[in-house]
Design a protein around this ligand. Structure first.
Ligand code: SAH
Ligand code: SF4
Length: 353
């Protein structure tokens, strides 16, 4: 490591919009308020330059909380027997999508645990039907076979979100008893080849996660040139093996915002959500995310009583909100920040290199 100071790295980021993993680590470790403030201001300026002031809304439907996996951090893990499980029927899901589309929301995100009950073929038929509502469809249902991804793409699915969670191999292995690091990346390759806009992301504040590991995540985000990247704090769930790993929320929030800001600067036009987890971690968390790089919000449209049962992590905000309430709340949030709500589909536009 040379003797660069944090200010030097910020100069470099401002001008070149790039830096090394070591330089990222230096900034991630730095807690000097002026440095952090300058980083966030810079990320906000780059966000404006590359994706403008419009915020894209992605309507979230959490249609099943069954999961065949046991990721150590997640409340939906199979071995969590305390969770009351639910599955929405195709008809229930379709009626919901119709209502969301009628509200003018242009993207519907269909998310669940890894639940094989939803077989590939009926899922494809469902996607085909929902596409007639003139919405973009994002799938977030975990690892499946290439032929299944292909079938859904042919049926009209536009985007796929499959987070790596961490690019640190050792940490990945510790957290994922059922998953293989390279298999997950192989899924990303297949999805990209099929023409999906692809999304990855990480969690910040995981046990055993170092600033070096976070710097690696950011470099990998850049290298893979993902179309969207979900960066959210890890929130311990008491009914999981990682339930007791606590960290000061404000500290974790700042670290998450730093990762978000640096990701914006290095990836330029990527779609970056201000995550619900960030809003759960600290009051006003999503607003802070929108002010240091984020350009996406995900209003929750999961119907009651299911919404309160999709407890990936505890204390999730928006769970008590009436159906559709998240939309008006977010519109207000965006207006208050002096930003606008996007009216287009919000596909990712690659930067000119
Ligand atoms: N089963 C699918 C989608 C549902 S999980 C999948 O795993 O891809 C969606 C996201 O929830 C995960 O990518 C993870 O980043 C996030 N998540 C899980 N447990 C969490 C926790 N305890 N705190 C914060 N985010 C969590
Ligand atoms: Fe299942 Fe996804 Fe949770 Fe892992 S993160 S246990 S795959 S819902």
């Amino acid at each position: 490591m040379n003797s660069r100071t944090c200010e030097d790295v910020l100069d470099l980021l401002e001008e070149k919009e790039d830096c090394t993993e070591e330089e990222l680590t230096l900034l991630l470790r730095c807690e000097e308020p002026q440095v952090v403030h300058r980083l966030f201001t810079l990320a906000d300026a780059k966000r404006r330059k590359y994706v403008g002031d419009a915020v894209h809304l992605r309507g979230l439907v959490e249609f099943s909380n069954f999961c065949r996996k046991n990721c150590l951090y997640c409340g939906l893990r199979k071995e969590n027997r305390k969770l009351k499980r639910y599955r929405m029927s195709w008809e229930e899901m379709y009626a919901l999508c119709e209502r969301i589309a009628r509200l003018g929301v242009k993207t519907i995100v269909l998310q669940s645990g890894e639940d094989p009950w939803y077989e590939a073929k009926p899922f494809a038929e469902f996607i085909h039907r929902v596409k007639k509502l003139q919405v973009a469809i994002t799938l977030s249902v975990g690892e499946r076979e290439p032929w299944e991804y292909a079938l859904w793409r042919d049926a009209g699915a536009d985007r796929y979100l499959l987070k790596q969670e961490t690019f640190d191999r050792e940490l990945f292995a510790r957290l994922h008893p059922d998953d293989d690091y390279d298999t997950r990346l192989e899924c990303q390759k297949v999805l990209r080849e099929l023409g999906y806009q692809v999304g990855s992301g990480n969690m910040v504040g995981l046990p055993y996660q170092t600033p070096e590991a976070l710097a690696l995540d950011i470099k990998k985000f850049q290298e893979w040139d993902f179309d969207m990247i979900g960066i959210g704090p890890f929130i311990p769930h008491p009914d999981t093996p990682l339930g007791h790993f606590t960290m000061d929320p404000e500290k974790k929030c700042l670290l998450t915002l730093k990762v978000l800001a640096l990701t914006r600067i290095l990836t330029k036009t990527t779609n970056l959500p201000a995550t619900t987890a960030l809003g759960t971690l600290v009051p006003g968390g999503r607003e802070r995310g929108l002010r240091c790089g984020a350009n996406v919000l995900m209003p929750n449209f999961t119907p009651h009583p299911y919404r309160s049962q999709y407890t990936i992590y505890p204390g999730k905000i928006c769970v008590q909100e009436a159906w559709g309430g998240c939309l008006s709340c977010m519109k207000e949030m965006v207006t208050k920040l002096g930003r606008t709500i996007a009216t287009d589909y919000g596909d990712r536009v690659r930067p000119i290199r």
